[in-house]
Design a protein around this ligand. Structure first.
Ligand code: OMP
Length: 268
């Protein structure tokens, strides 16, 4: 089963557009775990796997821990139930020759379903990811951070750079392997980007710790069927408590956000 079918099935089964970001910082997990990132992740996955449509580990949190971090990443991916897609947040992009190695590392070596990709270097930097049938490359379009204004909003030949990115992703989607990353912190632009790319799946981070609004995100970010959007929260769920009850607290935070999203879908 390819990424899109897997996402749709997981999302429908759990009535959820929620993605939990597995950005596990050993300094923020409960002291009782003594820095055991894998035990923490397993507990979080076990506590939330009936509430999510995807998990998104950000590779930085694992790379920073060297060999053990890479092992933790691999075992975390293995701990995710088979029917839930894993999006590896790696934000890679390089000349084709190098991008092919990134794609091989993520899709073959780690076996994830989707990755985030930085398309600043153009089509040949993205194509190696698109070449994998049944996987997905989520291309950074308008990111959630304040610095997104530095380049992504610049007008080029009459429209902002993020619109060019959305249009390119639509054009590159001939094999059905493209998605877009748009921050929940930009609801107005989310609407505009959804109009530009009505059928692409959107990965929408920025809920929870970054303050994005769930109702506006659902309203403007989902497709015509009220689907096609993956709403991510990482810290807001992972660190709901740093005591022994961390998994229950994460579950409650995930339940609340899933429910807020669900209610917004009903009134869209
Ligand atoms: P929280 O702010 O803790 O929910 O984490 C957000 C996660 O989404 C982090 O892993 C970020 O790297 C990632 N992210 C953004 O915050 N903003 C973006 O525009 C894009 C991403 C991403 O590609 O997922």
């Amino acid at each position: 089963m390819g990424f899109f079918e897997k996402l749709k099935a997981a999302s429908r089964k759990r009535q959820s557009l929620l993605c939990v970001g597995l950005d596990t910082d050993p300094d923020r997990i409960p002291p009782s775990l003594k820095g055991d990132v894998l035990a923490f992740n397993r507990a979080i996955i076990e506590a939330t796997s009936d509430l999510v449509c995807a998990y998104k580990p950000n590779i930085a949190f694992y790379e920073a821990m060297g060999t053990q971090g890479w092992r933790n990443l691999r075992n975390t991916i293995r701990a995710v139930p088979q029917d839930i897609p894993v999006i590896l947040d790696a934000k890679r992009g390089d000349i084709g020759n190098t991008a092919r190695m990134y794609a091989r590392a993520f899709f073959e070596e780690l076996g994830v379903d989707a990755v985030t990709v930085n398309a600043y270097m153009g089509y040949d930097a993205v194509e190696p990811f698109l070449a994998y049938e049944g996987r997905c490359a989520f291309i950074l379009c308008l990111t959630s951070n304040a610095g997104s204004a530095d380049f992504q909003r610049l007008r080029c030949e009459g429209k902002p750079l993020y619109r060019w990115m959305a249009e390119k992703a639509v054009a590159w989607n001939e094999r059905g392997a493209c998605g877009l990353v748009v921050g929940a912190t930009h609801p107005e632009e989310l609407r505009e980007i959804r109009d530009t790319a009505p059928k692409l799946p959107f990965l929408i981070p920025g809920l929870g710790a970054q303050g994005g609004d769930a109702a506006a995100t659902v309203r403007f970010g989902t497709d015509a069927n009220g689907e096609g959007a993956i709403l991510n929260s990482s810290r807001g769920i992972l660190y709901a408590s740093n005591r022994a009850d961390f998994a229950e607290a994460a579950r409650t935070a995930a339940e609340n956000l899933r429910e807020a999203i669900h209610q917004s879908r009903k009134t869209k």
